[in-house]
Structures are given as structure tokens and as C-alpha cells.
Write a protein that binds this ligand. Structure first.
Ligand SMILES: *Cc1c(COP(=O)(O)O)cnc(C)c1O
Length: 378
């Protein structure tokens, strides 16, 4: 069997071990230390816009704390993009709140502004104004932020961006993750840069950041003994893990370039195959890191399904994956309200994510190209 080609695998830059060794040398083996501070500064510099970063144990943890800081409580409603990874929606349940799911629009596959407005107006008519909106930049593609931000402002609802997949992406030149009151990032093993596992919360005030760090380190009040007036969490990033992050930040720009060139590779491969569309930026306002390249296979044109293509890849030990199955179609959320016209359901039916790593070799790309050309030529 030929070697496995992964959808997206970790790609170290080289200096990660240097930062980890420093942590060991100085015995900063704890959820605080120079790497945590250094990684936060690197991210602040990269994102700009006077951001304040809190490095945390996971993107999911960041979203949980963002919801808490936005005042989300038991019984509240929180609006969430339906087409996403479950980690966008689970923290709503952690708060005892209820998700309201919004369909995608076909251009960016992200939250549809029309469905968002309908949902907010309908929830308000039903007597409950949503407490927050979670918009996602799927596969690195920026959502239609002008429209989303203006609706959030109009109705005075807190906006949280799930930018877990979108570090390095921009909308009209502004970094994804910096538009809302909070943005979350993930450094899980499959993301564009990784710390093996980890996340961050993008804040815009020192006050918010301080509160998040306080909550993430067990909410200890300022006293010589252990004194608590809040429920705390153990969500801070460790100084070892942050050392990996500092090494990865040195190569982030290269990683974005490499992922974008994978997208170009697929555009080229599919340009003569009718019925296959490569997921691409709708205009120059959108700059995607192309974390994952994805395609839509129209079976009425190609005579083949995305599932058949997935199995063809699998036969050559190449990983590919259907798009995220929308949350409103998941058993766990089947009773949650949903607003839209099933754009996301159709994307799920016909969409496939393709190997997109920044570390794919020319040989591996040739294997991928061969499977595709064989599959569509017979
Ligand atoms: C990866 C991911 C998360 C969760 O991040 P973790 O660091 O794995 O907790 C949340 N949302 C989206 C869209 C993701 O892709």
C-alpha cells in the first residue's frame, strides 16, 4: 500500500524545539511563562487592530469563555452558523443555552445574512432576543462580514467569530477574527498552524483579556488563600505548547502561501472537468488562507458522486472528506430552530474536502492528480 496522504497534517517550522528547550531550561513547565506571553504577542502583531490575545487550551474553550463574557446564561438563545464543526455549537450547550441555526449562502458557504435577519426578527417576535451570534469562516473563507457586522449592530447583539480555520485570512484587508467582540482561533493538529492542541481568544480590550485569563485559571480572587467569587475553568495554554506556537508563527506566512497554492493546484486540475467547481473567493474583498481546498461535484453533469470520488481516493490511501454536516441535520440538535433554504444541506450532499496540507510533495500531488484524472475519464 502506498503511503497515506492526509487531508491536513502538522507541518513544523524548525524552531519549535528551541522554544520548548528554553522552557525546560528555565523550568517554565506550567500554564504560564515567557512562551505564553511571546505567543500572544506574536498573534497580536499578526492580527493587528489593537488586538489582545488570551492563549487557551483549545478553540472550543475560547468559544465557551467568549459566550460567558458575552453574558450568555441558562435558557438564552445563541445564533450559530449551521454548516460548521460541532465545536462551534457545543459551547452554547455548555452554557445551558439553546442554539438557533442559520443556513449558508452559496458564495462563501458561511452564514447567510438574509436568513440571519429573518431569524433575529422571528426570535424577537417569539419574545426572545438572541444573546450572541457565532459566525464561522469555513475552510478559511471569510464570511460576508459587512452584512453580518451591520445586522449585529442594528439589533445590538454580540458578535463572536469562529476563526478556528481562518488564521491568515482577511476580509477587505482586515484579519478574520478581529471583527466581532471576540474571535476564536484553534491550533489543533489539523489546522493551518498547530501547537498539537490549543486555542486563543481574540479580545479588543485589556479588561476583556484580563477577565478571560482570570476565568481560564480557576477564577482565583486576589487573596493569599484560595478565594473564589466566580466559577472558574482550567483553560489556559501551557508554556510548552506555546513554545510550539512561537515556532509556528515564524512560518505562518509560508503556510498560507502553500495552502493557497494547493487551491491553485486544484483549480488547474479541474479546469477541464465539467460539473466540478473548486471552492473559490467570490471577489477580491475575500482573501482565504484556503486551509482546506474543497470541491462541489454535480452528479447530474459528471454522472458521478462525491462519495464515489472519496472511495476512489481511499483506494489509493488518500484521505478526503465530505464537507461539515450542518448542525441542524445532526441528531443532537434536531430540535433546535433553523432558518434557511437548505443551501448547506445541498453543499453537504455534493461537497468534498481534498488533501490540502502545506507539506504535500510533488510526488503526492501527482498521485492525487492521477486519481482524479482516472476517476473522471472513465
Ligand atoms: C477546529 C475547530 C474548532 C475547535 O477548535 P479546538 O481547538 O479543536 O477546540 C472550532 N470551530 C471550528 C470551525 C473548527 O474547525
Amino acid at each position: 500500500m502506498s503511503q497515506k496522504i492526509w487531508l491536513s497534517s502538522p507541518h513544523m517550522g524548525g524552531n519549535e524545539l528551541k522554544y520548548i528547550n528554553e522552557a525546560f531550561a528555565e523550568n517554565w513547565v506550567a500554564p504560564l511563562g515567557p512562551n505564553v506571553n511571546g505567543f500572544e504577542e506574536d498573534l497580536e502583531k499578526f492580527l493587528g487592530k489593537n488586538t489582545k490575545i488570551a492563549a487557551l487550551s483549545a478553540g472550543t474553550a475560547a468559544l465557551h469563555l467568549a459566550l460567558i463574557q458575552c453574558g450568555v446564561q441558562y435558557g438564552d438563545e445563541v445564533i450559530c452558523q449551521s454548516m460548521t464543526f460541532s465545536a462551534s455549537a457545543n459551547p452554547i450547550a455548555y452554557c445551558g443555552a439553546n442554539p438557533v441555526f442559520i443556513d449558508s449562502e452559496p458564495e462563501t458557504w458561511n452564514m447567510c445574512p438574509v436568513a440571519l435577519r429573518n431569524a433575529i426578527e422571528d426570535r424577537i417576535r417569539n419574545g426572545k432576543k438572541p444573546k450572541a451570534i457565532i459566525v464561522v469562516h469555513l475552510y478559511g473563507m471569510p464570511a460576508k462580514m459587512d452584512e453580518i457586522v451591520s445586522i449585529a449592530k442594528e439589533f445590538d447583539i454580540e458578535l463572536i467569530e469562529d476563526a478556528a480555520e481562518a488564521l491568515g485570512s482577511t476580509y477587505k484587508g482586515q484579519a478574520c477574527g478581529t471583527f466581532g467582540r471576540f474571535g476564536i482561533l484553534s491550533f489543533n493538529g489539523n489546522k493551518i498552524i498547530t501547537t498539537s492542541g490549543g486555542g486563543a481568544l481574540v479580545c479588543h480590550s485589556q479588561e476583556d483579556k484580563d477577565k478571560i485569563v482570570f476565568l481560564s485559571t480557576q477564577a482565583r480572587d486576589n487573596a493569599p488563600h484560595y478565594q473564589h467569587s466566580h466559577i472558574g475553568f482550567n483553560y489556559r495554554m501551557s508554556n510548552i505548547v506555546a513554545g510550539i506556537g512561537r515556532g509556528q508563527m515564524e512560518v505562518l506566512k509560508n503556510r498560507v502561501e502553500a495552502r493557497r497554492s494547493m487551491h491553485d493546484f486544484y483549480v488547474d486540475l479541474f479546469k477541464n472537468i465539467d460539473g466540478v467547481t473548486v471552492f473559490s473567493e467570490p471577489s477580491s474583498d475575500f482573501y482565504s488562507n484556503h486551509w482546506l481546498s474543497a470541491i462541489i461535484v454535480d452528479p447530474s453533469v459528471t454522472g458521478k458522486t462525491r462519495e464515489e470520488l472519496r472511495l476512489a481516493f481511499l483506494e489509493d490511501n488518500i484521505e478526503s472528506r465530505p464537507l461539515w454536516k450542518p448542525m441542524h441535520l445532526q441528531p443532537i440538535f434536531e430540535n433546535a430552530p433553523y432558518y434557511g433554504t437548505n443551501v448547506s444541506g445541498k453543499l453537504f450532499d455534493d461537497g468534498l474536502c481534498l488533501p490540502s496540507g502545506s507539506n504535500l510533495t510533488e510526488e503526492e500531488k501527482e498521485r492525487i492528480a492521477k486519481v482524479i484524472s482516472n476517476f473522471f475519464s472513465n
